[in-house]
Ligand binder design. Structure first.
Ligand SMILES: Cc1ncc(COP(=O)(O)O)c(C=O)c1O
Length: 400
């Protein structure tokens, strides 16, 4: 925990664990002592680290070991997988996504459509929200029609924290013969998944949020075994069959696993903290992590109703109440959310702000407590009654 802080932003950047620090240091020392030899001789050889960490992460998302690989970044993985699965044919030319998705996902989808010769205004369908915070699964399903070539959705909405019913959405897409993928950046490490059992076609996620891999740490991708015989759309030499990669043939032979979707050399130093960080999840187990996470978010919402909703406080909870529809964070809506977030930070409490009106609070199961949430609520009441937030500028800081 950063000294003197109440840190409630682990869904933007998870905290450093001692185990992650230790494996980062071990990896630095392996570079110093082994140099190029580290690719094969490091304790966890770098040449196969993407596959090794992928197999460990697979256990967190209910996938088989060879269905997950560590690779690149979330947005690059979206490009690699959506290009692979988007096969417009006849009337089926549209991509269905959500109207409250993280902007980078939408930028990627629009650029993919443009590259493939389709106008995103016409061919990207965004499921609308009825209340500005959540999406209705029924509304999404209604939009899966004979013009839909692909569905790509978030597991947890980054602003409100709504957890979509991935199992149901996958079943409905499959019944209609439409491939479906998920951006699980806001659910992995907070919520258990059963990606293989549900039959999800593909998924992507980062490792710097709940997984605590460090700033800009390497992302992961999942590909259902049923698709191992496909051609990776964005080919690169690290996707090669391992035994053949150094044959240096000009003909690409992709690994018949999620590993085939790697593009470049893995960023070993950005992956090193994950060697330790994943061990903590293996030790705790996702069931226990989810139980504690739900208890924390439930406690915060109850306090918000009793202590933050009444006048003059004026907060409302934008996150679904049902456990099965809630990810790992709580969105507190307030017209002065931006300046209130700044006032919290000045008091050593770290939330984040998401425009236009959300103070986003992520009580992380592995390191946050009920007491910290109690203290957060006391700070919020104080900031509003004293109008302390009025001291802060009305322009948004570069990172909020
Ligand atoms: C839901 C979601 N998708 C995608 C991204 C972008 O990830 P990256 O910077 O790894 O491409 C983020 C970043 O926070 C995110 O929250």
């Amino acid at each position: 925990m950063p000294p003197g802080k109440i840190y409630l932003d682990g869904n933007s950047l998870g905290l450093l664990s001692r185990d992650a620090e230790a494996t980062l240091k071990q990896t630095l020392h392996a570079w110093r002592d082994l140099a190029i030899g580290g690719w094969l001789e490091a304790e966890r050889p770098w040449f196969t680290l993407a596959e090794t960490l992928g197999a460990r992460c697979a256990a967190l998302v209910g996938a088989r070991p060879d269905e997950v690989v560590m690779s690149g970044t979330t947005t690059v993985n979206i490009h690699a997988l959506v290009h692979t699965f988007y096969r417009p044919e006849g009337r089926r030319t549209r991509i269905l996504a959500g109207g409250l998705d993280f902007p980078s996902d939408i930028y990627a989808l629009k650029s993919i459509l443009r590259l493939r010769g389709f106008d995103p205004d016409e061919h990207l369908v965004l499921a609308p929200s009825r209340n500005g915070h959540t999406l209705g699964e029924d509304d999404i399903v209604r939009l899966m029609d004979d013009r839909t070539a692909l569905v790509f959705l978030p597991s947890v909405l980054y602003r409100s924290g709504q957890l979509l019913n991935m199992e149901l959405l996958t079943r409905r897409a499959r019944e209609r013969g439409i491939p479906i993928g998920f951006d699980c950046a806001h659910s992995v490490g907070a919520v258990p998944h059963e990606l293989s059992k549900w039959g999800v076609d593909f998924a992507v996620w980062c490792s710097y949020k709940y997984l605590s891999g460090g700033p800009g740490s390497t992302a992961f991708l999942y590909l259902n075994r049923a698709h191992f015989d496909r051609e990776p759309a964005l080919a690169g030499w690290f996707g090669s069959i391992k035994e053949k990669q150094f044959d240096m043939s000009l003909d690409f032979e992709p690994a018949r696993s999620a590993g085939g979707w790697q593009i470049s050399s893995p960023s070993i130093l950005s992956a090193a903290p994950l060697i330790g960080a994943l061990g903590i999840f293996e030790e705790a187990g996702m069931t226990a992590v989810r139980k504690k996470s739900l208890a924390l978010t439930h406690f915060l919402m109850e306090m918000a109703d009793d202590l933050l909703a009444p006048e003059p406080f004026g907060f409302s909870v934008a996150t679904p109440r049902q456990d099965e529809s809630r990810g790992g964070h709580v969105a507190l809506a307030h017209p002065e959310a931006m300046r209130i977030s700044e006032a919290l930070r000045a008091r050593g409490v770290v939330p984040d702000f998401r425009p236009p009106d959300i103070v986003r609070i992520a009580p992380v199961a592995l390191y946050n407590t009920h007491t910290e949430l109690w203290r957060l609520v006391a700070h919020l009441r104080d900031i509003v009654t004293s109008r302390e937030y009025e001291k802060f500028p009305t322009q948004r800081p570069p990172i909020s």
